[in-house]
Each structure stands twice: as C-alpha cells, then as structure tokens.
Design a protein around this ligand. Structure first.
Ligand code: BGP
Length: 464
C-alpha cells in the first residue's frame, strides 16, 4: 500500500535569477560572469530573460493560482552587492523584500538559493573562487541575506549545483576561461566553495536558529553499463566524483575516500589550510536539496583517450581516461534534447541519499525541456511534460513508501525561462512566456496544459 504525501508537503516550482529576472543592469545591479561572458553560440543572452523583475506580481499570482505551497528562486548576488562585496545596493534588497512579501501574501513558502551560477564579475577579476577572499565575500553576502530576509525566509540553499559548475562549467558558462590548469584549479575552487558553504551554514545557525539550511547539488544515480566488475568500479568512481564528494563534505565534513585517492592519482589535491577542516566539519545542514533530471551510465575506461565523449550525463559527454567513460543506456527513452528519461532512477536516488545521510530531502529541480508550440487560441499542449512529471511524482511516492523523508517537490521551472545549455527554445515551465520578437516587450504569460494538470495534482495532494 502506498503512503500518502504529507499534508504539509511543499509542492512548488523553481527558477534562478539570471535565467528568469532579466533587468540585468537595472536599479544598480552589477554584472555577473553570466553577463560579461560572450553568449555561447545559439544561446541568447540573459539580459531580458522572462523579465520577471518587472512581472513578479503577475508571476506570483500565477503560482498562487496553481496552488503552490513553496517557490524556490535565487537571489542575484550582484543585485545585493554589485561588486560582489563592499557597497550594498538598497534597491536589490528592496526587490527581494517585495518578492518575498508577495509570496507570503499568498501563503507560499520562499525557498531561497543564495548563489545560482552568477558569480559577481568583479570577484572573478580578482581570481573568483581561486581566491580565498571570495569565501569572505560570500559569507558577508550570506550574512546580509540572513539579516534582511531571515525574519521571513525559513529555507535557505547555499550553492546551486556546485558539482555541475566543477564538472561541466564550460557547458554552463560558469568556467573562467583563464584557468591555466583547469582541473587542478577547479578542485581548489571547489574546496573554497565548500568552505564558503560551510561558513554560511554555521552563520545561518547562529543568526537564525529557526531557519533550515542545505546544499543544493545535482544528484543523479550512476549505473554501471554492465555487471562486469570493471564497469561497476568505474560507476563507483564516477558516483564519488559526481555526487558523494559534495554531500559527504556538506554532511560529514570530510573528503570522500575514493575522491581523495583520485585527487592524489591525478594531481588534483587541493591545498588545505590550517583550520579549514574544522570549519568543514563544524557545519551541518538541516536537510538536503537536490536537482534530478536523469541518471548517468558509465563503463570502465580502457586508457584510450578516444573513448572519452560517451554520453553519460544529461547529454554532456563524460569520461576520464583510466577512471570511467560515459556510456549510453538503451533502456531509457530520451527527451527531444537527448536527455535520458528515468523516473525510477529518481526513486533509486532518493533511497540512496536518504540511506547514506538520514536527512530530510527536497527535490529542487526536475523537469522536461522541450520545444513547446503555442497554438491558436493560446493553447500549449505539453502532454509530454505532464507525462514526465507524473511519472516522477509517482516515484517520489514510492520512495516515501520505502521510508524516505521527502518533504517537497519543486520542479524546473515554475515559468518558462532561458535554458543554460540551449537558450530560449528549450522550455520547462507550466507557464509559456511568449518571446515572439514582436512581443519581446510584453512577454505575455500563457497557461500551458501542464499548468491545469499541476494545479489538480497539488489540490489533490499528489493523487491526481
Ligand atoms: C540545472 C540548472 C538550471 C537549469 C537546468 C536545466 O543544471 O540548475 O539552472 O537550467 O539544469 O538545464 P538546461 O537549461 O540546460 O536544460
């Protein structure tokens, strides 16, 4: 017999500031690395995005109409501190005050990500995460967020998908193109981000004893391509490098053993200063937030560099000679963008994370990117999205029945926004944003079929 979703289950949806807000240089906002890098081919820039900055009331009313219990969004660091540190921008504080108040007006719980890929450009100029002073800048920024919004925000997420920034930074546009020895430097940056996260978590506990704070990596389950022992070992390696490194540090305050060995073998060992490990082990999250889109399948690496490039992870080629190689998975259907669809993999992931860390879980992203078409009469028949989400919600319920403490589901994205890998044509929302060039000023919001479906799903608490 299936266990029901808790009556307080946080049904919601997710967005991130730079992909959604637009108003990239308005009201004192400083540039982030997303604004200063030349847009990658075929991807529009994020200057206007969905112009949520000017549409937030209308947008939140739409979320309320769907019955959202929670809304996960990110604060643009450069709206608060245009230069990353130093002078505070009161207009930035004001915008998020309004946004939070608007959510609370409808009884929607804000879930706030502090940093979602948009590092202040001014900090990158000084070395970004390679420079330890960015840790201080992040701590000051976190303190400011707690001070100004902590009276109303209970759920805090530190860094979105730190693991994807480290592993796939060039696809995301977060990778600093000036790194000389990228892998080695990235793991040094990673160490600093882990410290920044730890300091923010410690501060959160001190300043807001009632609040709850969590990391927000992208976790997917890793399958071996076969039962060949070498493939299983490769899957273990990738699992550690992709997933456990980040959560083991956040929860246990230590480097994962397999990852440490990998660092040593490859020469990626980060420099750890005195006192770092005690900060890392002092910080404790209250729950774990994670994003899940698909599973990853890997096989043993045969020391042949040509094999690198097998699709293994969200349509991104993965592999490292001698460690693991990406592999396809013939059992999975694929989205129009080639991402494997694996609802059961979400149940596997939920069970694994819960079993390993014994903390309450929330899914902060999950969803289907597709080319939606706007038909006459303002209709968007996104039944494929409904199908994807329904299957994943079913697996959540199975995981809850297995004993997993899952307290919320916030799919990506609440409303259409600009995709990180594929620009505006790849849509995820329950609400269509009309970016027809004649409508660019208007950016009309149109309810998709999935909007009505999700509304029912929420009002029936997951049994629609
Ligand atoms: C995650 C990010 C999001 C989002 C999503 C979908 O990695 O946290 O910012 O964009 O993936 O990816 P994409 O837009 O590339 O399809």
């Amino acid at each position: 017999k299936l266990k029901a979703f808790d009556s307080n289950f946080l049904w919601g949806g997710s967005t991130s500031s730079y992909q959604f807000e637009g108003a990239w240089n308005e009201d004192g906002k400083g540039p982030s690395v997303i604004d200063t890098r030349p847009p990658r081919e075929e991807i529009t820039d994020y200057k206007v995005a969905s112009d949520h900055y000017h549409h937030y009331k209308e947008d939140i009313a739409l979320l309320a109409e769907m019955g959202f219990k929670a809304y996960r969004f990110s604060v643009a660091w450069t709206r608060i501190y245009p230069q990353g540190t130093g002078e505070l921008n009161p207009k930035g504080i004001q915008f998020y005050n309004h946004l939070i108040d608007e959510l609370l007006k409808y009884g929607i719980e804000p879930i706030v990500t502090m940093y979602h890929f948009d590092l202040p450009a001014a900090l990158e100029k000084e070395g970004g995460w390679s420079n330890r002073s960015t840790i201080n800048a992040f701590e000051t920024y976190a303190k400011t967020l707690f001070e100004h919004f902590g009276d109303r925000v209970k759920y805090w997420l530190t860094i979105n998908e730190q693991n994807m920034m480290i592993l796939h930074g060039s696809a995301l546009g977060t990778l600093d193109p000036n790194l000389k020895n990228p892998k080695k430097e990235l793991y040094q940056q990673n160490h600093h981000m882990l410290l920044a996260q730890a300091r923010a978590m410690i501060l959160c506990k001190e300043m807001l004893p009632e609040a709850k704070v969590a990391p927000a990596p992208n976790i997917s389950c890793v399958y071996p391509a076969s039962s060949r022992p070498e493939d299983v070992l490769a899957a273990d390696n990738f699992n550690a490098i992709r997933n456990w490194l980040y959560l083991d540090m956040a929860v246990f305050g230590r480097y994962n053993t397999l990852v440490w060995r990998y660092f040593e073998e490859k020469g990626y060992t980060p420099e750890i200063q005195e006192g770092d490990m005690s900060i890392l082990s002092a910080a404790k999250p209250d729950f774990i937030a994670f994003n899940y889109y698909s599973s990853a399948t890997v096989k043993a690496s045969t020391q042949n560099s040509a094999e690198k490039g097998g699709m293994g992870d969200q349509q991104i080629s993965v592999g490292e000679v001698g460690v693991f190689a990406g592999s396809g998975n013939e059992y999975l259907e694929r989205t129009e963008f080639g991402w494997g669809i694996d609802p059961a993999g979400l149940r596997v992931t939920l069970r694994k994370i819960y079993d390993r860390y014994q903390l309450p879980l929330i899914i902060t992203e999950n969803g289907l990117g597709a080319f939606d078409s706007l038909e006459e009469g303002d209709v968007v028949r996104d039944d494929y999205r409904i199908d994807y989400l329904r299957k994943h919600i079913e697996q959540c319920q199975l995981a809850i029945t297995d004993g997993v403490e899952l307290f919320g589901y916030c799919p990506w994205s609440a409303i259409d926004l600009v995709s990180t890998h594929q620009g505006v044509s790849k849509r995820y929302g329950f609400v269509y944003v009309d970016r027809d060039e004649f409508n660019l000023r208007q950016l009309r919001r149109i309810r998709k079929n999935s909007f009505h479906w999700y509304k029912n799903m929420i009002s029936s608490n997951g049994s629609a």
